[in-house]
Structure formats: C-alpha cells, structure tokens
Design a binder for this molecule. Structure first.
Ligand code: IPE
Ligand code: IPE
Ligand code: MG
Ligand code: MG
Ligand code: MG
Length: 302
C-alpha cells in the first residue's frame, strides 16, 4: 500500500466541523419529535441522528472542495444522501433482512420502537431526502434535477436496493468473484459513488477528465468500503463497531472474507486504495481530502 505524506492535514482537522454541519442541517430538515405523528417522527430522528461516521457527507464535502463547489450546495447533497443511507440501515437491520439488534452502539430502530413504526420511519426518511433537494434555495433547477437523478439512481433497484435484494437472495449461496463484486458495488458502492460524484452536478462544468477520475476513484473506494465492513464483521468487536460482530457468518452471507479469506481481503483493500489514489493524480493536491478519506475507509476499525 502506498504511504501518503499529505501536506494538507487541514481536512482532517475540519472533519468534526463538517460532521456538525451536516447533523445541524439534518436536524433542521427532520420534523420535530413533538409534531404528530410523534412516534413516527421520534423514530425518524432516532434513525438519522444517532451517531454514525457520516462518511457519505464527508465524501461530498471532500469532493466538493476538490471541485471548488459552494458549501451551501454541498449541504443539500450531503443531507439527502445521509437520509437515504439512514433509511437503508433501518431496513437492513429488520428481522426480515439481517435481523440485527445493535446499530451505532444502540438498539436498532425496531428494537427501540416496534417493527411497524420502523418500516414507516424508513418510508418517510426516503422522501425527506428529495424534499430537501426540492426545497433548497441554494440549487438552480438544473442542479436540483441532476442531483435527484443521481440520488434516485444510486438508491433504486439498479443501485443500493438492487444490491440489498441480491444480498438477501445470496444467503447460503456461493457467488462468483464477479457476482460478489457486483453486489458490493450496488448495495454499498452506489451511494458512495453518488456522494463523490454529486459535486459534479453542482460545479460549474467540471471537465470530462475530472468526472472520469472521480468515477474511477469512487468505484474503488466503494468496493473497499464494503470489503472493510465484511472484515470488521469477522474480526471487529461489537463494542467498537457498534453492531453485532459475526452477523454475516450467522446468516451465511456472501462476503469477501467468506469467499477469499482474510489475508486476500486485506490485500484487495490495499490494492483498491492504490488504484483509488492513482485515479486522483489529475487533481494534484486539491484531492488530498479525498485521499485522506480513502485511507480512513480502508484503515477504519469501526
Ligand atoms: C454501514 O455503513 C453499512 C454499509 C454500507 C457497510 P457505515 O459504516 O457508513 O455506517 P455508519 O453510518 O457509520 O453507522
Ligand atoms: C450493506 O451491508 C448495508 C446497506 C446497504 C444498508 P451490511 O448489511 O453488511 O451492513 P451492516 O454491516 O449491517 O452495517
Ligand atoms: Mg445487509
Ligand atoms: Mg446488515
Ligand atoms: Mg456488514
């Protein structure tokens, strides 16, 4: 794995500010817990505001810094994608899906509330993402339309939802390497790609070369993100990862370590990181924030 000596450590120092920023925007966009139907709104807020690394918003801000996009425009993409991500986790944990009891170190939404309220809270988080885009005064019509297209594509049956469908159908099955890569690219890669590509819809005409570079970077890092997640399920501790370790094995999930073993999975993550760095060459130092997040994704312990 290439060692990076990043001159611009600034982004790392700005991470807490960016996290605070997106959480404040999410808080404002969510209905108040006191507003009827209160239980539904409480569950939505619990699902969306209860911790998390906020990696997709951070990727939006880092990619946006690289292209020089205004922060107010980036907020819209960051919030919309984090609401979609939150809804995807709520459904992912349900008894009919991965049947997990712990998320972000807390009881999953269906454990804290009930299943009915949980399904409805996810139902309502999804349109909230699009309401945020539609209601934004920071975007012009073209930007809003492009962002809606990007987010719907990443979330729908040819994106995250399709990947989740393949994941569920693949329990107990032997997938080929290509099939596994396809599944990871959809269930996790699609939203990560949308986060990294979203500033292209909000910047003043990025060049084709820049778009292609970010696209390549996003595909490498999206796959690495899920391989790392699969590894953490094997050797992470529940208290640190904030979700039940060993959940994949219990459900006989198709994962990178189950198909290739631990060492090869770690090796693949490192290869993907090198390839992701190489994709960013065209940006020079402007892409250091993205390089930093890529390294964090591959090295993370939660
Ligand atoms: C977990 O995503 C689900 C996957 C796509 C692997 P994250 O690891 O980003 O979860 P949070 O948002 O930080 O809790
Ligand atoms: C992807 O995979 C989750 C989503 C697309 C929502 P996992 O099922 O492995 O995610 P975790 O491990 O529960 O966070
Ligand atoms: Mg799952
Ligand atoms: Mg899961
Ligand atoms: Mg997992």
């Amino acid at each position: 794995m290439t060692q990076l000596d990043l001159e611009d450590a600034d982004f790392k120092a700005r991470i807490p500010e960016y996290v605070q920023r997106v959480e404040t925007c999410m808080d404002r966009a969510l209905p108040a817990a006191e507003q009827a139907p209160c239980r539904l709104h409480e569950a939505m807020r619990y699902a969306a505001l209860g911790g998390g690394k906020r990696m997709r918003p951070l990727l939006v801000y880092a990619s946006g810094e690289c292209l020089g996009v205004e922060l107010q425009k980036l907020d819209v993409a960051a919030v919309a994608l984090e609401f979609i991500h939150a809804f995807s986790l709520v459904h992912d944990d349900l008894p009919a899906m991965d049947n997990d009891d712990l998320r972000r170190g807390l009881p999953t939404v269906h454990r804290k509330f009930n299943e009915e309220t949980t399904i409805l809270a996810a139902d309502a988080l999804q349109p909230l993402a699009f309401e945020v885009i539609a209601a934004s005064a920071a975007l012009d019509d073209r930007e809003a339309r492009e962002l809606v297209g990007l987010v719907t594509g990443a979330c729908g049956s040819l994106g995250m939802t399709g990947g989740e469908a393949i994941d569920i159908a693949s329990e107990g099955c032997d997938l080929s390497a290509d099939e596994l890569q396809e599944m990871h690219g959809l269930k996790t890669g699609a939203l990560i790609r949308a986060a990294i590509m979203s500033p292209c819809s909000l910047a003043y005409e990025p060049g084709e070369q820049q778009r292609e570079a970010l696209d390549r970077f996003s595909r490498d890092i999206g796959l690495a993100f899920q391989i790392r997640d699969d590894l953490l399920d094997v050797h992470g501790q529940s208290e640190i990862i904030g979700k039940p370790a060993g959940s994949d094995q219990a459900l006989d999930k198709a994962t990178w370590p189950s198909l290739f073993g631990i060492d090869e999975s770690i090796g693949r993550c490192n290869q993907l990181l090198d390839s992701a760095y190489a994709a960013l060459d065209t940006f020079g130092g402007a892409a250091d924030p993205l390089r930093m997040l890529a390294a964090m994704i591959v090295e993370r312990i939660r």
